[in-house]
Design a protein around this ligand. Sequence first.
Ligand SMILES: [Zn+2]
Length: 251
Amino acid sequence: MKRVSSLMVLLGSVMLGGCAADGSFDASKAMVVGAGVVQAVTLDENSVKQTASLAAVELDSKYRVADASNPYSRRLANLVSGVQGYDGLKLNFKVYLENEVNAFAMADGTVRVFSGLMDAMPDDQVLAVIGHEIGHVKLKHSYRQMQSKLLTDSVFAGVVSTGGIIGELTAGQLGQLGQAAVSAQFSQKDELESDEYAVKMLRKVGQDPYAMKRAIETLQAKYGSGGGFLSSHPSNPKRVKNIEAAIAGKK
Ligand SMILES: [Zn+2]
């Protein structure tokens, strides 16, 4: 007990999830979550996916979602008709009526495309961006990002229990998780991998893989390297070079 107390002091504001039902403290179940200090808890993929679905519902209630008859929705439905169940994934697509040039995905297969991005580029390039987002899902980047946020962000301290069970989240917490996905920052490696994934996807569905390269160039020309979809770490020339290598089969 003493050891546990001093551990608590050492770790400051972190939360402990080891309280037994009768109110006594069960040190064997004590697990430190949060503050990025100790990460003995892992969250399984299904729990994170379920949480992502709830976060998506929260986001959909905040953004202006284009209804099915909206021209943007029709265009998107047409674009993704060949990739609905791509690579064994359960994907769901919607358009947010926002001028921002952005798109994002979540671990459960939620993919959202902003109308600003659809205004900025032709169909094949929008599909390339969608392929990139699907890459983040399939390659588990989105899962790992949400997992890490749940385990390390103090906002979620105490939400994750010892067994890796995610407790009930408030609408505010779900909104924060969703917003983190909207403005997700992935590592260079993840971004480059997702570009490569998009190249392969385009090829598999009979589209021109160079559309991925053109999408980057379009955004670079119109918006420079900052913000939205291009707010990633790898420079655009680096991404383009990597995409070219992927198309040439060197990746
Ligand atoms: Zn990305």
